[in-house]
Design a protein around this ligand. Structure first.
Ligand SMILES: Cc1cc2nc3c(=O)[nH]c(=O)nc-3n(C[C@H](O)[C@H](O)[C@H](O)COP(=O)(O)OP(=O)(O)OC[C@H]3O[C@@H](n4cnc5c(N)ncnc54)[C@H](O)[C@@H]3O)c2cc1C
Length: 376
């Protein structure tokens, strides 16, 4: 009998795994999503470094409409007053077929949903109860439907509810005392940035990232602001702290903005059930300061898929060991960037800028800081 896999959550991680199973194996599977549809409107930009593009190409991403994506050649560093510090060549990690890519999240979700939407995706599904039955996992959903499967994959994001059914140890995500606000720009506005690159502006307790998400060069604008509390009704006073550092940002930050608090997972915990796995943010949620959240969701799905396909005996342990190693590297770098991008003292900023300028031109450093992640 074919093995059956239940994937809980149709985000980037769950959809990637579903595509890999559908296109490259004989396993039976079903994706169970809590919402009534896939969130296609709220498409903030996503950066995909070459490690994840390589995996996506394996499931046909290289055939995506070229107009809907962009390949930024580099990253420009600025201070918050828009004075350029230096730049980093991102194309050094590209090959002919695998290039650093930016796009809207909705474009990626549209691509990932295509082959699994009709037959393998069920909406409005939340787990109500789980039990073991004849060596399999019996899942009962809130709407009184059920499924009997060999493997359960929790892909339900950083606040994973799947964990609460299978794990006694909690892995509460921590609010990182930072808020993200985002919008889309149709032009560079008053900013002196390069609309063919990723632009990073570093200010006091805040940083801004702007990059094109398609060939029309619509620009994704994200500003991360440090604050002890998240008050969605009081975003204005928060963005005023950024505008006070550069008045050219006023028009953008006084426009329509979406906001959300930033969380990350501090502990990496293994699954306590040999038939249950976690991928994407459900395994570990990162700060967005290395732009690896989606990339690691894709990687984790790929790693798990390969292990399941090979049908080895100690999949659980191998998956956990390999994933943890990777997560630790990415987490360290994301946390260091988070610290460095937001320095408030001007002396510290000057020292930081000196070091960034020095290091971005050192091939050995760039290869060890980014290459180890991008070349996986
Ligand atoms: C400001 C910001 C910028 C970012 N920028 C980047 C970037 O440039 N590059 C990058 O790589 N990453 C970026 N990320 C991170 C990235 O978006 C996430 O890490 C990634 O989307 C996680 O994917 P996931 O599938 O694990 O989880 P999610 O995207 O959270 O998907 C989980 C899915 O599970 C569903 N679900 C939840 N609970 C249940 C349940 N109980 N039952 C069934 N279904 C459920 C949800 O509805 C959802 O569809 C950014 C994040 C932030 C906050």
């Amino acid at each position: 009998m074919k093995k059956k896999i239940a994937i809980i959550g149709a985000g980037i991680a769950g959809l990637t795994l579903a595509n890999l199973i559908k296109k490259k194996s004989e396993y039976d599977f079903m994706l169970y999503e809590k919402q009534d549809s896939l969130s296609l409107e709220e498409g903030y930009g996503i950066q995909l470094s070459t490690n994840s593009v390589k995996i996506l190409n394996d499931i046909g991403f290289n055939e995506i409409n070229d107009e809907k994506i962009f390949h930024p050649k580099g990253l420009n560093f600025y201070n918050i007053q828009n004075k350029k510090i230096c730049d980093l060549d991102l194309s050094q990690f590209n090959s002919d077929t695998t290039k650093y890519t930016t796009l809207q999240r909705s474009t990626l979700i549209e691509f990932l949903k295509d082959d699994v939407y009709t037959q393998h995706l069920r909406f409005g599904k939340s787990i109500k109860e789980v039990s073991e039955l004849k060596g399999k996992v019996f899942i009962k959903f809130e709407d009184n439907t059920n499924d009997l499967v060999d493997i359960v994959v929790g892909a339900d994001g950083i606040f994973s509810n799947t964990r609460s059914f299978f794990e006694s140890k909690k892995n509460e995500p921590k609010f990182k005392k930072a808020i993200a606000v985002r919008t889309m720009l149709n032009s560079k506005s008053e900013l002196n940035i390069d609309d063919e690159k990723i632009n990073l502006m570093m200010g006091k307790n805040c940083h801004i990232v702007i990059y094109p998400v398609n060939k029309k060069k619509e620009l994704n604008f994200v500003c991360i602001i440090r604050n002890n509390k998240y008050e969605p009704d009081n975003i204005k006073s928060l963005v005023d702290k950024v505008i006070s550092q550069n008045s050219n940002l006023e028009k953008i930050l006084n426009g329509e903005l979406k906001s959300w608090p930033l969380y990350s997972t501090s502990k990496i915990l293994p699954s306590s059930n040999s038939k249950v796995f976690y991928i994407g943010d459900a395994f570990n949620g990162f700060l967005p300061t290395l732009a690896q959240g989606a990339g690691q969701s894709i990687e984790s799905a790929y790693e798990l898929f390969n292990l399941i396909s090979e049908d080895k005996s100690d999949i659980q342990n191998t998956y956990y060991q390999e994933r943890s190693k990777r997560v630790k590297i990415v987490r360290k770098r994301s946390n260091l960037n988070f610290f460095a991008f937001h320095l408030s003292s001007s002396i510290m900023q000057t020292i930081r800028n000196f070091f960034i300028k020095f290091f971005v031109k050192r091939k050995t450093f760039v290869n060890s800081y980014l290459g180890t992640i991008y070349k996986n």
